[in-house]
Write a protein that binds this ligand. Structure first.
Ligand code: FAD
Length: 323
């Protein structure tokens, strides 16, 4: 049997969450003695899909019809359900991304499956039952959910499960299921991007700032540092609560969870609720004028000093390195 993993792309490039979901599916498949089949919908090149082999996927079903280029919730859910049936997959894994949140309940309804959305760790498997730890109440609490139905759908939170390269190759096969015209009753006409910047959950480098910045007028230096590093910008909760920055930048227990290679925290104290969203970053650099700031305890590199002096110098030094 196979575990089916639905993988997402942006303009033909697989998202980081695709590799996370594939790694998560592979870990479950290993426990069950199953294989992993991935499903890609949209225009993704074969060479890009073959990369999934490195993350434990043995087969990729490629649904790349023209009318599927843009996300269509109902149609995508029908295709995932059709693929699960075709592969006789009892477990479907996907990312609990913005589109995943819409898709997961529809897929579960179509497959008469139990659903765990917001999963943050691998399930404990006990016979036909899976016990899954997940976030609840907009990330304010954790819950443990038990799914005992034969079919199961698990939506994994972005950045909750580490990508795990295991080696291997994936065979890519065209997949053209029949889709009901009714599944296209709501269509995306046009996509207008609000920004060309790196999106926060996918970013490999994040420059984040807190109340130590004093006010929104001081964010130009944060944006400049982010720009020279090709980074996304983030902030602490009080900063977005005060309207200094948009809520979409708020990281932490009640915000977005990030897991970049480099997280630079500027003027952020390092409260436990903030750390809950950033502590799986590979390298953490903290800039804070208070040597006792709790963030230094989890930092790989710490700079004690005034952000208003350090950040412009750091930006200039990086610019010099690039020239
Ligand atoms: P502060 O705690 O005020 O820290 C500012 C820091 O800036 C200080 O360490 C100070 O030394 C430093 N500083 C000041 N001036 C300078 C300077 N010139 N140069 C360098 N450093 C300077 N918070 C989150 O971030 N994310 C969450 O998801 C979140 N969820 C929460 C959920 C709950 C239920 C609760 C109760 C709280 C939550 N919080 C969250 C809030 C959290 O507890 C902290 O209050 C918050 O993270 C503090 O934000 P801050 O570090 O920006 O501000």
């Amino acid at each position: 049997m196979a575990i089916l993993v639905y993988i997402e792309n942006t303009d033909g490039t697989l998202k980081k969450s695709a590799f996370e979901a594939a790694s998560y599916a592979k870990a479950i498949a290993d426990q069950l003695g199953d294989t992993v089949t991935a499903l890609s919908i949209g225009n993704v090149k074969t060479a890009e899909l073959e990369k999934l082999g490195n993350y434990g996927v043995s087969k990729v079903l490629n649904a790349n019809q023209d009318n599927l280029k843009n996300f269509v919730n109902k149609a995508y859910a029908s295709i995932v359900a059709a693929a699960a049936k075709e592969e006789n997959a009892k477990v479907v894994v996907l990312s609990n991304s913005f589109s995943g949140k819409g898709l997961a309940p529809r897929i579960a309804a179509k497959l008469d499956a139990g659903l765990a959305d917001g999963a943050i760790s691998l399930p404990n498997i006990n016979g036909d039952q899976m016990e899954i730890k997940k976030t609840a109440f907009s990330n304010k609490a954790f819950a443990t959910e038990v799914i005992s139905s034969a079919n199961k759908v698990i939506a994994v939170n972005p950045n909750a499960y580490e990508v795990n390269a295991v080696g291997g190759t994936a065979q890519v096969i065209d997949f053209t299921p029949t889709i009901d015209a009714g599944d296209f009753s709501v269509m995306v006409k046009d996509i207008v991007r609000a920004t060309d910047k790196v999106t926060l959950p996918e970013a490999e480098i994040v420059v984040s700032a807190g109340r130590g910045l004093k006010g929104p007028e001081n964010w130009a230096m944060i944006e400049e540092l982010a720009e020279v590093l090709g980074a996304a910008t983030a902030c602490s909760k009080p900063v977005s609560d005060a309207g200094w920055r948009p809520h979409s930048e708020h990281v932490g227990q009640t915000g977005i969870v990030v897991s970049p290679n480099l997280y630079i925290a500027i003027g952020i104290s390092g409260a436990i609720q903030h750390l809950a969203g950033v502590s799986s970053s590979k390298t953490i650099v903290v800039i804070n004028k208070d040597p006792e700031a709790p963030f230094f305890k989890v930092a790989d590199y710490g700079i004690v000093g005034d952000a208003f002096e350090i950040v412009p110098k750091l930006t200039q030094a990086i610019k010099n390195l690039k020239n």
